[in-house]
Write a protein that binds this ligand. Sequence first.
Ligand SMILES: Cc1cc2nc3c(=O)[nH]c(=O)nc-3n(C[C@H](O)[C@H](O)[C@H](O)COP(=O)(O)OP(=O)(O)OC[C@H]3O[C@@H](n4cnc5c(N)ncnc54)[C@H](O)[C@@H]3O)c2cc1C
Length: 408
Amino acid sequence: MNNHLSTVVIIGAGASGMIAALTAAEDPDRKVILLERQQRVGRKLLATGNGRCNLTNLNAVAGTYYGMDKSFSDYALRRFTPEDTLRFFSSLGLLTVTEPSGRVYPLSDSANSVLDVLRYALDHAGVEQRCSSPVEELLLDKTRQGFLIRCPDDTFHADAVILACGGAAGSKLGGVMDGYRLGKALGHSRSSLHPSLTRIRTDPAIPRSLKGIRVQASLRLMYGNTLLASGEGEVQFTETGISGPAGFDLSRSVSMGPSGQQLHLCLLPYPDHTVRALLCARKENLPELNATELFTGMLHNRLGRILVKTAGIPADKSLSELTERELDNAVQACMNLTLPVLGVDGFDTAQVTAGGLLTSAVSPMTLESLIVPGLFACGEVLDVDGPCGGYNLQWAWASGALAGRLGA
Ligand SMILES: Cc1cc2nc3c(=O)[nH]c(=O)nc-3n(C[C@H](O)[C@H](O)[C@H](O)COP(=O)(O)OP(=O)(O)OC[C@H]3O[C@@H](n4cnc5c(N)ncnc54)[C@H](O)[C@@H]3O)c2cc1C
């Protein structure tokens, strides 16, 4: 495409749009306009990581992302790695901390710090920022070539446009369908959309009584005898099911899978026979204790009591009275706690959208449309999403930095 662009309009001042604007503005001959429908830039960024902003993850590399074409994101992610994200933010003056898991946070533990350094960089680079400017129409400008971008109070002409509208997730924070609609008007289709990184709803009986308890668990998502997905890590029980990073990571599969799935939780990191031996030792050493104390010292007390109940052991029995069968059932309840899955929470609380604009119509090397030259897309609006833990912001930075090069 033409390298002597005069005006670039970026639609959406979220993570990917802001870095795209900064990259585009590196060329002093370009006028860069950043349009944002909300009253301020980067609103969603402030809510990320529970307000701490998990801005990247050292493991967020090519091959760890989802989408219809799993390799589409590879080029952008190789070109702008998590180390590049660290260098980029360091150059803006942000201090960061990398946790042993690879998750990176600002040293201040405040998402505000991330947004502040981006805002100052945008001002310094001379990017024209227009907030409260929802783009309603994106058209080809047939008379002057390029694009016409219509907001309620203004119309812009651009030689190139970067679509950085984000996805449908986090609707309370500005997640909207606009990017798909604007893309569609220029011939781009989208795949079906599913909420991901959100709470899994299960039969509430067990989770409700464990509400607020966090455990480290291994999880298997089953449909009949078919394993749909598995994972391990922190799970938090909620009023309606489970959340926490390990639950979030399975929510994508729940959301895209058939109804009738079951979630199996393994609550101790030992083989079944070891757990059985521990329970037998408890029975022998403290026979006078009530059966409800079977797991005391091994698991959260409330969780232990629920497992005893799930195993069908009467609460008024003493440990000395437990039968072999009841011990087997207790092992089973602990190592294979089964929760019937009802679905996932919706887009309002989801962190990311699984699905998006079809990547088959976008060049992976430039993120330029293969349908409309001069139109680029980046971030969550595309059919690319990642696991919990800094992966989705890494995609936003990497794809925004690539789109902002405008094919150069
Ligand atoms: C609660 C929550 C917590 C999260 N925590 C993390 C985390 O810790 N780590 C992580 O990696 N990811 C996290 N994510 C995911 C991550 O925030 C997103 O994947 C990322 O922000 C996507 O960047 P984006 O630029 O594509 O979209 P967004 O950041 O959503 O930005 C899109 C912007 O476009 C604007 N816009 C939309 N339509 C228009 C229009 N018509 N005209 C003008 N502007 C428009 C929107 O208002 C928005 O500001 C979290 C998400 C949520 C909801």
